[in-house]
Design a protein around this ligand. Structure first.
Ligand SMILES: [Zn+2]
Length: 281
């Protein structure tokens, strides 16, 4: 597939619907279909592919998203740097609704999600992935993080630099005990979709970073009834406009030539299968 994008953004139609010249691109992958078509367009002189994480009708719950197909699809149209914004709950009283966190660490508490391309199963073309263990000490691309932080600050949004995103299986919210436990570990925010996006991006040599918009205080960090879906949607709706502005400026600030180590995640190991975008920089 030709290079139709250089940057991937995982987010719904609220992010791309008003861009000029948006093209819908259907992609199939060896791991099945992504959540939806990709929507490519030009933004700040950069070619961007948007992918609605939950599908354009928001019909996929977090645990049913085909994360492998999503990241593969973005890479196959040429994206090498990916921004994955998501809504989260705050695990500290000071991270109330409207807080923006750009995490630098991640804890995986998901349970059922395929989170590697190298699971020994043959692909439809008969090739078999080798066993590969990628480094994941620092799950996020620092260049992407800095682009998001700079963009947020330019718009007067004092984003939290660093912190730990705890990703839970969902689709339910945490119990009060779970939430207190997450907070007691010193983790910052809790969400349902930031993983396995991060590790799959790493396996494909993509840069990946996340912007976490706090929509609620998680059950253990507040004293009320606990988080509701309605509250999350309301706060997200109130903030989606400025999140979009920050996201677009972050896209503009991403380096045109990557100088981070994300592209070398396999360290020269032969993966046994042809990875999308292999050899591109
Ligand atoms: Zn990177």
């Amino acid at each position: 597939m030709s290079e139709q994008a250089e940057i991937g953004v995982i987010g719904g139609s609220g992010f791309y619907s008003f861009l000029d010249d948006v093209t819908e691109v259907t992609v199939e992958t060896p791991y099945g279909a992504p959540s939806d078509s990709l929507f490519t367009g030009e933004l700040a002189g950069r070619r961007v592919a948007f992918l609605p994480r939950h599908g354009r009708k928001h019909h996929l719950p977090p645990h049913r998203i085909n994360y492998r197909a999503n990241m593969w699809a973005l890479a196959s149209v040429g994206a090498r740097q990916v921004l994955g914004p998501c809504a989260v709950g705050g695990l500290r009283a000071e991270y109330g609704p409207g807080t923006l966190v750009v995490p630098d660490q991640l804890v995986d508490r998901t349970k059922s999600r395929a989170q590697t391309y190298f699971d020994g199963e043959p692909l439809p073309d008969g090739t078999v992935p080798h066993v590969v263990h990628v480094t994941f000490a620092d799950p996020y691309c620092e260049s992407g993080r800095q682009a998001s932080l700079a963009a947020a600050r330019e718009h007067g949004w004092d984003a939290v630099d660093g912190g730990t995103l705890c990703v839970v299986e969902g689709p339910r919210f945490s119990s009060r005990a779970e939430s207190l436990w997450h907070a007691a570990q010193g983790w910052s925010v809790v969400g349902m979709t930031g993983h396995p996006e991060a590790v799959l991006a790493r396996e494909l040599g993509l840069c990946y970073s996340s912007l976490n918009l706090v929509t609620d205080l998680d059950a253990g960090a507040e004293t009320g009834e606990g988080v509701s879906h309605e509250e999350v949607l309301r706060v997200f709706g109130e903030n989606v406009g400025r999140l979009r502005t920050v996201l677009f400026d972050a896209v503009a600030k991403l380096p045109r030539k990557r100088e981070c180590a994300c592209g070398d995640a396999l360290g020269g190991i032969d993966p046994g299968i042809e990875l999308p975008g292999a050899g591109r920089e």
